[in-house]
Design a protein around this ligand. Structure first.
Ligand SMILES: Nc1ncnc2c1ncn2[C@@H]1O[C@H](COP(=O)(O)OP(=O)(O)OP(=O)(O)O)[C@@H](O)[C@H]1O
Length: 903
């Protein structure tokens, strides 16, 4: 094979050069109306998208695999590729093909990558979830990995422009990142494999990405930030640590790397003060199902249950608040004041919620406008929002607002009125999606545009007139003036007449002979066509200029618009939480600096909602008081040790109290009749067991790692929820661990805690530990059946009723019967006999030889017998009354079964 055979074509050479520069992305290579993918990219994309894999030409003697997606529907494909974890480099033609032709017929149109589409940098409405922030985060470490290391996180939502920076430390790094649920996290490549990064990378998988350390370079960080924000000093933004600057600069440099020329209009970075939010580690977050259920769905999470917001920005703010509850009681009270206002003013709340319902997503439209990725409908979104802003102002005028709402409404009112006037004056009522075809500027708005449009439309009438004249002059009645993209305007006549016209009609120039028709051009048609094209392109040019003008006007008011959008989000969240509080009887909690934790008639919002929607029994409200015992002068909150039957409602009770703290401190009202919560700075929840195979840890190991974290980190302001610690190992080991853990929580951590256990032996600790009390879930037994009352009361459970629950769950009757037998033997053993002896007494597989027991015959019951004997049709009213009294008497004399019987 000669050199020439193996050398790539000029186009392929261009492709390979661009692909070489973007090795970790799928390359969308623009060819006409398609983005084409080649080689491995084509194979991967075809598999991921289910599109055809074809071939185009050869490279080094091999077929080149190719797959393509139409440009018009490329967003759908991008969305699916991003969801699958790919990054996409979008490569466009950056010159007019006509220019390329000038360089020679074989020359290739210049192309370059204009954008890298990555999960954290998308802005298209179709690619984003409306109610979820889409964070790109950067983590920086300065000072090596030793004890003096400084850590910081910067994060931005490109689709809204929010930009925050926070210092963090080794202990809370993972917790802080999990609160953000970033779509993409970048970290310096020198941290790859380091212990602080490894778990994050495992958790976030492909969303975590190592970037060259130069992006995180502390020495150039300030300068890069200044350049990005177009300022000469960062002094006006606040004081930032070196690690914070490094993380923030990495973020803006990464944006430069992915967005190329487009510069996103980020707001100025805001510092999040350390300790201003409640620490909730990833395991706690997952087990409480704050924003997602354990199976990863939004439906059934706390967020989905409480979300009554009416706008995308409101839903995002609610999610962000839930992910990061506050710790400053004054700031929390401010949010409660806002919710309280709408609870007290339902008429205003209802009107407000109607006004904002279905409002366009202003924040995201602004982000697209700033990146020059917007269409006419984004301008339309601004126009519509400004109209709603005005309605909001009118609606709330005169109301005496609490501080947070007053400032939110102030921001809404501060948007300059001229912008709305300008948009209303220029934009058409109905707007197309794309600006490239024009048609979005109103008639009568711009005079030269009206003229150009008139000329274009008149010319079309001239064509009709011209056709009539040609018919008359030639006598060919079937003559038509037509248009196509190759010939432009032309005259078409049937072939027979065409032939006679060829010689006789001097004005016609022959262009084409078809199977049954002939086509001609004339000078007049060519003139007209030129005028139409010119008028059309003049009109489009004027429209695009107007678009740029409007875009510039919007961007000039960007800061005010953003602040107003934030304000509407606050109004939305506050009124949504008020709506929830009113309809579901939630109350305003009191959050202060004490160590109280006193909840009256608390409920679990998600379980309650689930019971309600299934039409089942009503949720039973329960009190909880973990405040330091009154008058004891105790330095530390109380611990409740909760015992009770399986399925009795222990986990529900534990979680509902943890959720109560989260809800109260995010600024919501709570599902209770009264709540007083001394600020919780850290929340731990270890509920239920699961293994973590990805981390190579067994169920018990996970449980112990998480328990260790709690015992090592919980302080006096921490709230701890522990469910069945020590269950995953041998009984005595588990019991000992649980025992020691309770003692440690009481003596060393001194935190408020709820501890549920099936180890009834632990309840004896209450005699020794002053702040420990026993509580239990009430049950009633009836005929060997257990009835769960779901009521928490002081005291100790006598046993776990595990066997009854197992029977309810459908364990084979033989197994249930055998278990009952084993249990009674074990209980005897506990009362003095040696266990081993008893186990020896139970011959292995003895149950297999026994027939399955027949269901127990119902016991004779005098009330029932008497009832059965009655025949209402044969009774007088008097006799019926007497019979009723007799039944009552029988019922009273038959005492309800008590205690431990009927197993
Ligand atoms: N307060 C309540 N009011 C009404 N129903 C409740 C209440 N608490 C729990 N339940 C119902 O009981 C079911 C079992 O509750 P939960 O899982 O909390 O029990 P548990 O005591 O933790 O059980 P186990 O020890 O088996 O883990 C729940 O799914 C719910 O339907």
């Amino acid at each position: 094979m000669s050199e020439a055979d193996t050398a790539p074509t000029p186009m392929m050479a261009q492709y390979l050069a661009i692909k070489d520069a973007n090795p970790d992305c799928l390359l969308f290579y623009r060819m006409g109306d398609f983005y084409e993918l080649f080689f491995d990219d084509a194979v991967k994309a075809a598999a991921a998208l289910g599109i055809a894999l074809t071939k185009r030409g050869k490279h080094r003697g091999e077929d080149i695999p190719m797959a393509g997606v139409p440009v018009v529907s490329s967003e759908d494909y991008l969305q699916r590729l991003i969801a699958e974890g790919f990054r996409v480099a979008v490569c466009e033609q950056i010159e007019d093909p006509a220019e390329a032709k000038k360089r020679g017929s074989k020359s290739v149109v210049a192309r370059d990558v204009v954008r890298l589409v990555t999960p954290g940098t998308i802005t298209e409405e179709t690619l984003l979830e409306p109610g979820r922030p889409n964070y790109l985060a950067a983590v920086a470490r300065l000072g090596g990995g030793g004890p003096g290391a400084e850590y910081a996180i910067a994060w931005t939502d490109l689709s809204t422009g929010h930009f925050r920076i926070a210092e963090t430390d080794l202990d809370r790094l993972s917790t802080d990142i999990s609160a953000l649920e970033p779509s993409e996290l970048i970290y310096p490549d020198q941290l790859s494999g380091e212990p602080e990064i490894a778990p994050l990378v495992r958790r976030l998988q492909r969303a975590a990405r190592a970037e060259p350390s130069v992006l995180f370079d502390g020495a150039t960080a300030s300068e890069r930030l200044c350049r990005f924000f177009g300022v000469s000093t960062l002094a006006g933004f606040g004081a930032f640590s070196r690690a914070e600057l490094s993380a923030a600069a990495a973020l803006v440099s990464y944006l430069g790397k992915t967005q190329f020329a487009a510069r996103p209009a980020l707001e100025r970075p805001r510092k999040v003060a350390p300790g201003s939010t409640m620490l909730i580690d990833p395991a706690t977050r997952a087990s409480l199902e704050l924003t997602r259920t354990l199976s990863g769905r939004r439906q059934g999470s706390l967020l989905a249950t409480i979300d009554r917001t009416r706008t995308g920005a409101g839903a995002r703010l609610l999610a962000a608040r839930l992910a990061q509850p506050l710790t400053d009681p004054a700031a929390i009270r401010e949010r409660h004041d806002s919710v309280g206002f709408f609870v007290e003013e339902p008429a205003i709340a209802t009107a407000l919620r109607l006004t904002i319902k279905g409002a366009p997503d202003l924040e995201r439209a602004l982000a697209r406008l700033s990146l020059d990725r917007a269409g006419p409908r984004d301008l339309g979104a601004v126009r519509e929002t400004l109209d709603r802003f005005r309605q909001l102002r009118d609606l709330m005028a005169g109301a005496v607002l609490p501080a947070e709402l007053a400032s939110a409404l102030g921001a809404v009112a501060a948007v300059p009125a001229e912008l709305e006037q300008l948009l209303c004056a220029l934009l058409a009522d109905e707007l197309p999606l794309q600006k490239r075809d024009g048609g979005f500027i109103a008639n009568g708005a711009i005079e030269p545009l009206d003229d150009a449009r008139a000329l274009r439309d008149e010319s079309r009438q001239y064509i009709a007139a011209l056709q009539a004249r040609y018919i008359e002059e030639t006598g060919v009645r079937s003559l038509k003036v037509k248009h196509n993209n190759v010939l432009g305007y032309f005259i078409e006549v049937p072939e027979a007449q065409g032939k006679s016209l060829l010689g006789s009609y001097a004005g016609f120039t022959h262009r084409q002979t078809m199977a049954s028709a002939m086509r001609f051009a004339t000078v007049e048609l060519a003139d007209l066509e030129a005028r139409i094209v010119e008028a059309g392109s003049t009109a489009l040019k004027l429209e695009l200029e107007a678009f740029d003008h409007l875009r510039a006007a919007v961007l000039a008011d960007m800061a005010a618009l953003r602040a107003a959008a934030d304000g509407v989000a606050v109004l939305d969240v506050s009124s949504a939480l008020a709506d929830l509080a009113r309809s579901d009887a939630w109350v305003r909690p009191e959050v202060d600096d004490t160590l109280s934790f006193c909840i009256e008639c608390g409920r679990h919002p998600v379980v309650e909602a689930a019971l309600k929607s299934s039409g089942g029994e009503a949720f039973v409200a329960n009190d909880c008081d973990l405040s330091p015992p009154a008058g004891s002068g105790a330095k530390g909150g109380a611990i409740w040790l909760l015992t009770g039957p399986n399925m009795g409602g222990k986990s529900t009770f534990l979680r509902q109290n943890a959720l109560m703290a989260v809800l109260a401190q995010m600024g919501a009202f709570v599902p209770a009749t009264k709540a007083r919560i001394g600020m919780v700075d850290r929340l731990f929840s270890r509920v239920g067991a699961s293994d973590d195979l990805a981390e190579g840890r067994s169920t018990f190991m996970v449980e112990m790692v998480e328990t260790a974290a709690i015992l090592n980190q919980a302080g006096p302001r921490t709230l701890v929820i522990l469910d069945e610690i020590g269950r995953g190992t041998a009984t005595y080991d588990g019991l000992s661990i649980a025992f020691a853990a309770v003692e440690h929580l009481h003596e060393a951590n001194r935190c408020r805690a709820l501890f549920a256990t099936h180890f009834h032996e632990l309840t004896a600790l209450a005699a020794r530990l002053g702040r420990l009390s026993n509580a239990t879930m009430r049950v009633k037994e009836w005929e060997g059946e257990v009835i769960f009352l779901h009521e928490v009361k002081p005291g100790v459970a006598d046993r776990s009723y595990g066997i009854q629950v197992a029977r309810l769950a459908g364990l084979p009757a033989a197994v249930v019967e055998r278990a009952r037998h084993v249990l009674s033997e074990l209980e005897k053993g506990e009362q003095g006999e040696k266990r081993t002896a008893f186990v020896d007494d139970l011959p292995l597989f003895s149950m297999l030889s026994k027939p399955a027991p027949v269901a127990a015959q119902p016991k004779a019951e005098p009330v029932l017998d008497a009832l059965k004997a009655l025949d209402p049709d044969a009774m007088t009213p008097r006799q019926a009354m007497d019979a009723l009294y007799e039944l009552k008497r029988l019922e009273r004399s038959a005492a309800l079964p008590q205690g431990r019987k009927g197993l």
